[in-house]
Design a protein around this ligand. Structure first.
Ligand SMILES: NC(=O)c1ccc[n+]([C@@H]2O[C@H](COP(=O)([O-])OP(=O)(O)OC[C@H]3O[C@@H](n4cnc5c(N)ncnc54)[C@H](O)[C@@H]3O)[C@@H](O)[C@H]2O)c1
Length: 279
């Protein structure tokens, strides 16, 4: 089999659907075996449903259809024991983990003066704490081998802010700080640590009725057509949503053979929103 990741092992958190699924397909196409770790249950902090076990199995089938192996593991990135168990199971099955994609995340918002404390706790625990747990569990193995590629998923909201989104914005800025600090520590061991910062991506996180209602509280049951122009305003290029494979392309670049000296970096894929950032 040809490809830039032949027989590498890629561990993906939040791998059941959305961007995690797109990454799984993209790395399998390049020859990798894939470990898919997902909570597969809903969260009280989100107004939309998370992935199901059938989503997870469907992603595994997409990987297997490319002749690659897929290991599915149900667990919560917030729980250190779940994450440790998953890493141990992956090492037991494949003998190594070459790449970690710390992608799992949830959207939970709220304005500073009225935000629900439990939403804050869960969003920070999943989006920042979960990235920490995944890196904590996988990096001793990578240090021992002297090789590793890690990409965490931040957001354009980890590079800028919007109103009514304190937990999410804070969690994603935290991811950027975490990958930079980790990149420093892991540089001597052949391990790179970077982030991707997506704009609006066409996944169930944004394509759901609750999100549409958030954007158009004046309408009883808003549909995509009622919010499209509002989503478009986050970007500069004339597009409201990007395809998840656009993020997979940035991930493939960061974990590929030509990127061994890119670490501590963030790649924005946001249809020009970066043009409005200060740096
Ligand atoms: N969709 C967007 O517009 C957008 C933009 C910027 C950043 N992001 C980020 O991209 C990443 C992927 O999100 P997506 O767009 O694919 O959304 P998604 O909701 O389709 O996928 C997120 C996945 O993470 C899983 N997950 C959530 N909490 C978990 C936990 N505690 N433990 C294990 N798995 C968990 C979900 O079950 C789901 O499969 C997230 O970190 C998200 O914050 C998304």
């Amino acid at each position: 089999m040809a490809g830039q990741l032949v027989d590498q092992v890629v561990f993906i958190t939040g791998g059941a659907r959305g961007q995690g699924r797109a990454h799984a397909e993209a790395v399998a196409e390049q020859g990798a075996h894939v470990v898919l770790f997902d909570r597969c249950s809903d969260s009280p902090a989100t107004s939309y449903g998370l992935a199901s076990r059938s989503d997870l199995e469907h992603t595994a089938k997409l990987v297997q259809a490319q002749g690659r192996e897929a290991l599915t593991l149900v667990g919560d990135v917030r729980d250190p024991e779940d994450v440790d168990r998953a890493v141990a199971a992956a090492l037991d099955r494949f003998g190594r983990i070459d790449v970690l994609l710390a992608n799992a995340g949830i959207y939970g918002g709220g304005a500073m003066h009225e935000v629900d404390r439990s939403v804050w706790d869960e969003v920070i625990d999943v989006n920042l704490g979960g990235v920490f747990q995944a890196l904590r569990a996988v990096t001793p193995h990578m240090v021992e081998r002297g090789y590793g590629r890690i990409v965490a998923t931040a957001s354009m909201l980890g590079r800028s802010a919007i109103s009514d989104a304190v937990p999410y914005v804070a969690s994603k800025w935290g991811v950027v700080g975490l990958i930079k600090a980790a990149a420093l520590d892991l540089a001597p061991f052949g391990i790179t640590v970077n982030a991707v910062a997506p704009g609006n991506i066409a996944t169930p996180m944004v394509q759901n009725d609750a999100m549409y209602r958030l954007f158009r509280p004046d309408l009883d049951s808003p549909a995509w057509g009622d919010v499209e122009s509002l989503f478009q305003q986050f970007h500069v290029q004339p597009v409201a949503l990007l395809d998840p494979v656009e993020i997979s392309s940035a991930v493939l670049f960061l974990i590929g053979p030509g990127s061994q000296h890119i670490t501590g970096s963030v790649i924005d894929v946001n249809a020009g929103a970066s043009a409005k950032f200060t740096a």
